[in-house]
Design a protein around this ligand. Structure first.
Ligand SMILES: Nc1ncnc2c1ncn2[C@@H]1O[C@H](COP(=O)(O)OP(=O)(O)O)[C@@H](O)[C@H]1O
Ligand SMILES: [Mg+2]
Length: 281
């Protein structure tokens, strides 16, 4: 069965999932071709199913990316599906998770042009270290941490909100030692967890693991994923607050690394889940 794996023309970093995924897809009978979503020469109208993998530059032009999502999904299935991708490219989904009662990192959403809008009371946050990042972002692009009282914080917020919405969050200290835990979801079940070291604009990603999934982390990830249980893949990134309670830092349903190499059998489960979905579509 023909398949397209969507990447981007200039990968900002190595895709560690590419090799294990290629073997698993070949073994499952797929003839997979890697195609950049932003390659003007690619024929995205061909009726070939597509899985989104390493489209990591999409945040630079999300409007164009969403137009591609529509195009790539018109003639054949796109996985994850377009509605899921649309709902997940903007981190305002964190507020939706919170409204569903899922613990998330405390987040203030500042809309485009709203840096000096008095409806956002950033004063309590200014007492502590804070993180300011774009609402549409990937790979830590534009994500910066500020010490209490640093006037550059407001300047950075102004820069980000000149072109789009931004998030302001307290700096979550557990990312330093315990680390950010990424819980990988494949074909209806949590598969494995890895640890990510803190990463801000310009840093490279460092990971280790797999780690056992603590019960409270499993419960929180399952709650975050409750409406998305049918998806082939997803990833929940968690941190812990100062009292030790887990909170969602990110729910990745577009193009998360899935760290297949860390968990034998996980790429094969992805390939089998994909086959089943395409057979019934
Ligand atoms: N509130 C926060 N506290 C501490 N570190 C943070 C916080 N928000 C982001 N980070 C760091 O910045 C990285 C990127 O932020 P994240 O929200 O995961 O966006 P993305 O991965 O889409 O760029 C995280 O992996 C983490 O290392
Ligand atoms: Mg992240």
């Amino acid at each position: 069965m023909k398949l397209r794996i969507a990447t981007c023309t200039t990968l900002p970093e190595v895709d560690v999932d590419a090799a294990p995924l290629a073997s698993a897809l070949a073994a499952a009978g797929f003839a997979a071709e890697i195609v950049a979503w932003d390659d003007p020469a690619a024929d995205w109208d061909a009726p070939i199913p597509t899985v989104i993998r390493s489209t990591w530059n999409y945040a630079l032009d999300v409007t164009r990316f969403l137009a591609w999502v529509d195009r790539a999904s018109a003639a054949a299935p796109l996985i994850n599906p377009p509605s899921i991708v649309r709902g997940n490219v903007h981190k305002r989904y964190l507020l939706e998770l919170a409204a569903r009662g899922v613990a998330v990192v405390p987040t203030i959403l500042v809309e485009r042009g709203g840096a000096h809008d008095r409806s956002h009371d950033l004063a309590p946050l200014a007492e502590s270290r804070m993180v300011i990042k774009p609402a549409v972002g990937a790979g830590s692009l534009g994500t910066r941490v500020f010490e209490p009282g640093d006037p550059d914080a407001l300047a950075h917020l102004g820069t980000l909100t000149a072109t789009g919405a931004a998030l302001v969050q307290p700096y979550v200290r557990s990312v330093d030692g315990y680390g950010e835990r990424s819980l990988v979801w494949i074909d209806g079940a949590l598969s494995h967890a890895i640890r990510k070291s803190p990463r801000f604009a310009g840093d490279v990603e460092r990971i280790d693991g797999p780690f056992p999934i603590a019960d409270d982390e499993r419960d929180l990830a399952e709650a975050a994923l409750a409406p998305f249980r049918d998806l082939l893949y997803g990833r929940v990134d968690l941190a812990r607050d100062d009292a030790g309670q887990p909170m969602v830092m990110e729910l990745e349903l577009v193009e998360p690394s899935l760290f297949f190499a860390r968990q034998p059998g996980s790429a094969e489960r992805y390939a089998a889940g994909l086959r089943r979905r395409l057979a019934s579509s």
